[in-house]
Design a protein. Structure first.
Length: 246
């Protein structure tokens, strides 16, 4: 009887942990809200700070345990960019996510750390230098610990992402310059969900996402970036806003 009770308890912890699965996958996609897209001269560096927000729709169409409960997520990410030349830059992006499940007081989720390394290359597509392309690739890891029923469940994922996009430089008469962009990305995600004694999930899957936004040149040294990320498979949306100093 005791063994059966432990099995049920472990199963309940696992089922509840699935509530968090999608938001962790979403935050594994490649967001640019804290790092600018435009190229800088060789040897230049930039720092940034970004904020991501996710709030699920009131009615979820998916019929799985992952979508039985509403939750909110906020993710704070910093960035350090270094430009090898005007075409190529490398970025280090640490972050920490705060997850909240509505009406689930029995579940405790401490702040969840993440880290990403990213390479971005850019170039002009026209002689007027108004339309640029960018190619972006990155490797990201994310760790979350879920406490429920006196036990801890560990969620780890690693995401390899690559994609392409375009940035258009609008000509305005104001001091602020507006540069809308759009990108499409493909991610290969490895995820592992376990307790200290048992592994529940250990697999990989793929995800197609898009990102649309605008990069605003507020001054020669400051860029403001806002965007929305979305999946081509569901109606979920993540909102991003950030600032970059160079």
């Amino acid at each position: 009887m005791l063994g059966d009770m432990n099995t049920v308890l472990t199963s309940n912890i696992f089922t509840r942990s699935l509530v968090l699965t999608f938001v962790l996958v979403t935050f594994s996609t490649s967001a640019s809200a804290q790092t600018g897209i435009q190229a800088l001269p060789a040897g230049k560096s930039a720092i940034g700070l970004g904020f991501q927000y996710y709030d699920p729709p009131s009615r979820l169409q998916q019929n799985s345990a992952s979508y039985q409960h509403r939750f909110q997520a906020q993710n704070i990410r910093a960035s350090l960019d270094y430009h090898f030349n005007r075409r190529l830059k490398v970025s280090f992006i640490p972050g920490i996510a705060f997850l909240n499940i509505a009406n689930r007081d029995s579940i405790d989720v401490p702040p969840s750390p993440s880290a990403e390394f990213r390479l971005t290359t850019t170039g002009a597509l026209d002689t007027a230098n108004t339309l640029d392309y960018f190619v972006r690739g990155g490797l990201r890891t994310h760790y979350t610990q879920i406490h429920s029923g006196g036990r801890a469940l560990h969620y780890v994922n690693m995401t390899l992402t690559g994609g392409v996009g375009f940035l258009y430089k609008l000509q305005t008469v104001t001091a602020w310059q507006f540069n809308p962009f759009f990108g499409v990305f493909y991610s290969n995600i490895w995820r592992n969900t376990s307790t200290d004694r048992e592994i529940f999930v250990d697999d990989t899957y793929n995800l197609f996402t898009g990102e649309a936004g605008v990069e605003i040149e507020a001054s020669p040294t400051t860029n403001i970036i806002g965007s929305v990320e979305f999946s081509f498979e569901t109606s979920e949306v993540v909102y991003n806003i950030g600032i970059s100093f160079r």
